[in-house]
Write a protein that binds this ligand. Sequence first.
Ligand SMILES: Cc1cc2nc3c(=O)[nH]c(=O)nc-3n(C[C@H](O)[C@H](O)[C@H](O)COP(=O)(O)OP(=O)(O)OC[C@H]3O[C@@H](n4cnc5c(N)ncnc54)[C@H](O)[C@@H]3O)c2cc1C
Length: 610
Amino acid sequence: MKMASALPRSIRFIVLVQLVLSNLILAIPSWSNLALQIREVGDIKDSYDYIIVGGGTAGLTVADRLSESGKYTVLVIEHGKFYNASDPDDFPMSRRYNLTSVPQANLDNKEVQITIGHCVGGSSAINGMAVMRGTMQEYDNWAELGNPGSTWNWDGMLPYFHKAIHFVEPRGDWVKKFKVTYDIRSAWGQYEDTRLYASYLGWFNPLVMIFYEAYKRVPGLNIVRGGHSGTHGLFYYPISLDPNTQQRSYARTAHWDGLERKNYDIITGSRGNKILFKGNKASAVRFVPKENAKANPTVVKARKEIIISAGGIHTPQVLQLSGIGPARLLEQAGIQVKVNLPGVGSNLQDHPLGPLLEWKWAKQPKKPFENNYTGPTFDFATGQGLVAQLSLPLITPKSYITLASTYACQNLSHYLEPDTPPAILAGYQAQQRIYAREMQRTNISFLSNLFLGNPRIQPVGSHIMSRGHVRINTTDPESEPLIDFRALSNPLDIELWVAYMRFLLSFLRSPVFAPYEPTPINPPNSTTDEGLRKYIRSVLSPHGWHPLGTASKMRRELGGVVDDELKVYGVDGLRVVDASVMPLLVAASTQLTVYAIAEKAVGLIMEERE
Ligand SMILES: Cc1cc2nc3c(=O)[nH]c(=O)nc-3n(C[C@H](O)[C@H](O)[C@H](O)COP(=O)(O)OP(=O)(O)OC[C@H]3O[C@@H](n4cnc5c(N)ncnc54)[C@H](O)[C@@H]3O)c2cc1C
């Protein structure tokens, strides 16, 4: 989009007309056979087989797959709107929520700006487009927290990773130049009917190879033989880019646009604010217009199931407004308790973003960018998708055992709120056992370094020990929920960051960079442990755009909210399908995992039906 101003006016006009027309076709499909955008509440049917609250990444995937046989009617209720594809800003407020966290006590009381999607397509419409997944070990850890026989492990997820995204191989010269590794057979799917794409950029940033060479010298760092095949180390990730249009490929383009289905409706600008029950069975959704919570609500009935896919922040809110959540919180808000489920809203995790490491290079590499790329521009693209994922033994060979045993011996209740319910504590202790073990292993990453070009590195914490929460505002439950990351509330997190910083500072001294005479921009002004702690507190963001865990798929006695079929404990006919079911972070950005969760959920629903 930003390129448009460089074009002659006549061409700009044609491009604009094309964009407006294509947008009309995509956004107003109600005149044809296409899936229907309901414009007036009165046009909504009295009941649907499936109702999905939230038309984002997971919600649209589930809706598409449930409606594809034509046997079932599906309604999606989406809070945001169809946005205008010709909008010159790729990241406007109209497409995202305007949220901040409560002040973070361990981050100098900072209120953290929270960015999540608020439109048809949800966060997939505004994300950085990186396509990554975690390692085998990380998904296997999910199963460990699940019920006996849980299939939410690597083997149980892999078929859905395949189904979720159509992988487009990189150009041969690119593979050679960058040493890209990928393994289609074991890691990627190429299904014809999957319209979501993972592809690589077709241009060259010479800086990337300098970083590649520097990482290669890090002792113990794997050069991954099949990027994304469940192991970690140094590799390239593709992006969610449609290779034909060179535009963002996301939940809307893959799972809504152009579908010819009379059984698939969506209503936008509508906020689902209560699930209604007949006895124990979720039977209807109540919703209000986006702008007016006090307006007359509409109720639409579900004949088979209701699925909440409102994302890691709003799914717990919808559950709590429906009387499913911690009883005390609900009583304080004057909400009748349907199920006392303390885990709703707890276990909030996100990938923390460490300080952006930037340098000035006195001498530049000879060859500048080979830039004939014409798609969307964003930070990750300039880094070409190079990521280095590092285990704790690799980051800090001398102290990883001490860090792991310090964590294993912690009394977690010292770092939680005094009235933390026993089930929540039990769940965090189960996670503690997992992480105390994983800190000593070399096949799980604790720090991901994303190369962003220029040269810059964005360090991202892959796993955190602190746990936050999302709770309705008891004085005004319909307003935005209160979001507290409780960043660094577990003191081990800052010690991990001190170790990460020490690793990074030494990496920057790699002899590979020396010919370019680098000078760091904004380095920490003290490198003592205390100096680094202070520095981290001043720069860390606990929000790396991946809030999750707030309706975790764990055993109920561990504070879980959904079982292994993603059904909400204590009621019938209600599932959660989105990022909030992930019980633990994976060392990867989250969209591909969310798409795979949605595909697997549909598999479970269909298995039950047929
Ligand atoms: C800025 C940003 C950058 C990111 N970058 C990357 C990246 O590069 N790579 C990657 O893999 N991942 C990335 N992610 C993360 C990834 O996009 C998300 O994890 C994923 O899209 C979440 O999917 P979801 O279905 O859980 O939620 P969403 O996709 O957020 O969907 C939730 C939907 O529910 C709607 N909703 C909320 N409440 C209600 C309600 N009460 N009633 C009706 N509708 C409601 C919302 O409007 C939204 O459309 C990024 C995310 C963001 C925000």
